[in-house]
Design a protein around this ligand. Structure first.
Ligand code: GLN
Length: 486
């Protein structure tokens, strides 16, 4: 078996059995990045020297008998995780020259677990987008069809894993940015419960929604990596002090007797027929394995897109005020005065989608419109959370599609923000309610992958991962590679 066709768990086993060294593994993936990144644009920064140094340390640790389950496993980080001494651009001209002076907690923990960081992946600017077309560094291409988007905003991470330029990659999910790209490129991706993984050192987009997670070929890989990332962090005030279960040990929980609710609102108009058929077939597979499948309704869920597009821009307008060319970010040349400095620095540093969000956010927070928009959206957010709470009184997991369609053509939706925003119609609800959710590959429409979404109650990551794992023991969609990268 060639190295890159193995899952993270298989690579970890190979390292443990000394089939290959961490240095050999890092060299293998660095060579793949070298060969393919020109076409895919998945990485914005490749840290080859650092990776090899980390790999040598991993090999030394193993030789000294100090290896953990992830020692020597290569990984890539979405370019909004601060990385000490390495540029952290967030896909924006604003941070094109920003070298972080410290590591995000997620990066620190994965480093401590012995992973080898290959570099930083491309993303929608400040994580705002569903197609990776808003990046200052240009679009990322879908490894299954280079004319198509890989989804977003963690599109670089998704494409890197799909083409096996990296065995796994970190991502963040504010409204779907791990699950939607995972679906569109045919990999597994998990967004944990809000507060499960530290947000310290992430460039903030919408702080009440942002959550870090991971993309990898299989659910079992996600379990391995999440185990290293999760846990209390005193540096993030929303981090929850609660023990981290042994996600890997709990992968084996059977589906028998698990009550699964099919979200009615997710199977109606708007869902492309072929995508819907694959999702329905995947749900039937869960039933065959003994899960009890019932229909469930969350009537307020269709309001999640308008709710999100008030709450997220409001928070982003506040979070992004720090990028003023003085404290952080791009500074214009020869400003005439302070106003000119702010206006031109922000005008030049931010792209059109980010500006649209800042303006929307400023508007909905303004004195005259706060009650009509922001306050109203917060109330609807509570209704959506209550819908989920009621549903989880009846079932253990909710399922549905991750995205209404497979990957679409680059350029097809960029000029129509509303159509673009509707991509996240199935993913946003989990963010508004802070719930853990994941996407796993469940088939293909033509050559393009489709994802099945699973949503669990707060801190139900084990159940989520175990259900996904059971599904993947019976299917091989997560094992398929795009022909060009096999
Ligand atoms: N696509 C959504 C947006 O544009 C979600 C992005 C995300 O999860 N970071 O805001």
């Amino acid at each position: 078996m060639t190295l890159h066709t193995r899952s993270v768990a298989e690579l970890a086993a190979g390292l443990a059995h000394k089939e290959f060294s961490a240095v050999e593994l890092a060299e293998h993936f660095l060579a793949r990045i070298d060969a393919a990144n020109g076409a895919l644009n998945a990485f914005v920064t490749v840290t080859a020297e650092r990776a090899l140094a980390q790999a040598r340390r991993a090999d030394a640790a193993r030789a000294a008998g100090r290896a953990g389950p992830l020692t020597g496993v290569p990984i890539a980080h979405k370019d909004l995780f601060c990385t000490d001494g390495v540029r952290t651009s967030c896909g924006s001209r604003m941070l094109d020259n920003f070298v972080a002076p410290y590591d995000a907690t997620v990066v620190e923990r994965l480093d401590a677990a012995g992973t080898v960081s290959l570099g930083k992946t491309n993303m929608d600017e400040f994580a705002m987008g569903s197609s990776n077309e808003t990046s200052y560094y240009g679009p990322v291409r879908n490894p299954w069809d280079p004319r198509c988007v890989p989804g977003g905003s963690s599109g670089g991470s998704a494409a890197a894993v799909a083409a096996r330029l990296a065995p796994a990659a970190t991502g963040t999910d504010t409204g779907g940015s791990i699950r939607q790209p995972a679906a569109l490129v045919g990999v597994s991706g998990i967004k944990p419960t809000y507060g499960r993984v530290s947000r310290y050192g992430l460039v903030a987009f919408a702080s009440s929604l942002d959550q870090a997670g991971v993309l990898a070929p299989a659910a079992a890989d996600c379990a391995l990596l999440l185990a290293a990332m999760a846990g209390f962090d005193p540096r993030d005030s929303t981090s929850v002090d609660r023990p981290v279960p042994d996600y890997v040990a709990e992968l084996g929980a059977p589906l028998r007797g698990v009550r699964i609710g099919v979200l009615e609102e997710f199977l109606g108009p708007g869902l492309e027929a072929a995508t819907g058929a694959l999702v329905t077939a995947a749900i039937a597979e869960l039933g065959r394995q003994g899960a009890e499948v019932v229909a469930v309704s969350c009537p307020n869920l269709p309001l999640s897109v308008p709710t999100y597009y008030v709450v997220a821009p409001a928070e982003c307008s506040s979070n992004l005020s720090r990028f003023d060319g003085v404290r952080f970010g791009h500074r214009c040349r020869e400003p005439r005065d302070l106003t000119d400095l702010y206006t031109r620095s922000r005008g030049e540093g931010f792209g059109p989608e980010v500006k649209r969000r800042i303006m929307t956010g400023t508007y909905v927070l303004s004195a005259g419109y706060f009650d009509a928009y922001y306050l109203k959206a917060q109330k609807v957010r509570t209704l959506i959370s209550d819908d989920f709470k009621r549903a989880f009184g009846r079932v253990d997991l909710l399922v549905g599609p991750t995205s209404p369609t497979p990957a679409f053509a680059i350029g097809a939706k960029v000029d129509d923000p509303i159509t673009m925003y509707l991509n996240d119609i199935y993913t946003i609800g989990a963010n508004l309610a802070g719930l853990p959710a994941m996407s796993v590959p469940c088939g293909f429409v033509g050559q393009l992958p489709v994802g099945l979404q699973l949503i669990a109650p707060h801190f139900g990551e084990s159940r989520l991962l175990a259900a996904a794992h059971a599904y993947q023991l019976a299917t091989d969609f997560h094992r398929r590679l795009p022909a060009a990268y096999a």
